[in-house]
Design a protein around this ligand. Structure first.
Ligand SMILES: Cc1cc2nc3c(=O)[nH]c(=O)nc-3n(C[C@H](O)[C@H](O)[C@H](O)COP(=O)(O)OP(=O)(O)OC[C@H]3O[C@@H](n4cnc5c(N)ncnc54)[C@H](O)[C@@H]3O)c2cc1C
Length: 379
């Protein structure tokens, strides 16, 4: 097996703590959280207390100032534990990055330290009922009124939406007709009058992850909440999207590796016609194919991570990783369900949960069709 070379002893030490946290403090609550369709609010404070939120943020803003591989460790351990409920990485590795990269010192001081402790839960609200893939077509407006903007519109499928205390919202601030120039990013706190939330949406999988609609009705937001420059929202989004897509590739490989491990164990224990399922050539070939494909995916993702550390990951490489690894995850988990027989369709078995949870990986973060568009544009 090709060894992984990107992690140091410090990362591995951090991994042990992260593994303990997910297995002992998250997994036991999974069913209860699936029933209520969100994790307990206090788990955010607990994750913050343990130093698992916003780790890559500068220390002056409450983070640990460490490299993104620490975030990768958290994402992988969450996937190995089969936790699809906590939206920690979206909060720490997407929303916090927008505030840190594009916010001014005052904005960073106001929001980041509280995000690092879990006092503030954050979301990113791009998608609308009328538009998802075509981000430039958003219709939520922010109209100037003195020192404020008045925001009207709605967002859908927003991860952490139900529990969020603030959201980075993609708004339309102009009418130039050149889509991208009319878009800005506005931080909107959830307690502003006119900001309301729908009930968590009933999804096919990821039942413990809170995903909901957000509504804005004449919400007055001070101009001081604008992130970066007016009309530069699209450019800011593009800058971070490569990393966000790689995050999906990282969790796809880790989730599929976990599924393969579970399937190896299951097929060794289950006997059919007097022999373990793992003794049949079909099983051995399927397991071998999955191992080979995951090894190839893993090496590609780790190379992309090296590029991330050098700040050189290309849009097309991130799109390649996102599309190929999430497709692979779907294929691997589907085959793993098959090797479990009927038990693979029963929710008591982790593979069944993995099956329903993994489907969204091909949809969010930009659908895999959009990923192929991005790759094709570079050819
Ligand atoms: C569980 C979950 C969590 C999510 N979390 C968030 C979140 O936190 N924040 C947020 O803003 N959004 C979030 N989303 C939304 C997600 O990013 C969108 O659903 C996704 O971008 C697709 O948009 P859409 O649903 O409007 O599909 P559409 O854009 O309507 O796409 C429909 C189909 O058309 C295809 N298509 C679209 N354009 C093209 C094209 N140019 N060429 C070929 N095919 C095309 C798509 O690939 C897809 O198959 C989440 C979604 C899910 C399911």
């Amino acid at each position: 097996m090709i060894p992984r070379t990107i992690f140091s002893a410090e990362h591995e030490e951090f991994r042990k703590n992260a593994r303990r946290f997910f297995n002992e403090e998250i997994v036991p609550h999974r069913e209860a959280w699936e029933a209520q369709q969100h994790i307990d609010r206090k788990m955010w404070n607990r994750a913050g207390e343990l130093g698992f939120l916003c780790v890559t943020m500068p220390e002056e803003y409450g983070g640990a100032g460490v490299d993104r591989l620490f975030s990768v460790v958290l994402m992988e351990e969450q996937s190995y534990a089969g936790d699809s409920g906590s939206g920690f990485s979206l909060h720490s590795d997407i929303v916090a990055n927008y505030i840190n990269n594009f916010g001014n010192a005052e904005q960073k001081m106001k929001w980041l330290p509280k995000m690092a402790t879990g006092e503030l839960v954050s979301a990113i609200a791009m998608t609308e009922p009328g538009t998802g893939s075509d981000l430039q077509a958003v219709r939520t407006t922010a109209v100037e009124d003195g020192d404020d903007y008045i925001v009207n519109g709605s967002k859908i499928f927003i991860t952490n939406g139900y529990l969020c205390d603030l959201a980075v919202v993609v708004v339309k601030t102009g009418n130039s007709g050149e889509g991208s120039k009319d878009i800005s990013l506005l931080v909107i706190e959830a307690d502003r009058p006119g900001f309301s939330k729908g009930k968590p949406l009933k999804k096919v999988g990821m039942h413990a992850q809170d995903t909901c609609e957000l509504f804005f009705e004449n919400v007055r937001v001070p101009k001081t909440n604008l992130l970066g420059k007016l009309g530069m929202g699209f450019v800011m989004l593009m800058q971070e999207l490569a990393w966000e897509r790689l995050m999906i590739a990282i969790t796809s490989i880790a989730g599929a590796e976990a599924a393969l491990q579970q399937t190896m164990e299951y097929t060794r224990g289950r006997k059919v016609f007097g022999k373990p399922v793992s003794a049949y050539q079909n099983t051995r070939f399927k397991l071998a194919e999955m191992k080979a494909e995951l090894a190839i995916g893993r090496v590609f993702v780790d190379r992309c991570l090296e590029m991330v550390l050098k700040k050189k990951l290309g849009v097309d490489d991130a799109a390649t990783a996102k599309y190929w690894c999430s497709d692979l995850m779907g294929k691997v988990i589907d085959q793993c369900v098959q090797l479990h027989g009927g038990y693979g369709f029963m929710m008591d078995y982790p593979i069944a949960r993995a099956y329903i949870d993994c489907r969204a990986q091909r949809i969010y973060g930009g659908t895999n069709e959009i990923m192929k568009e991005l790759i094709a544009r570079t050819m």
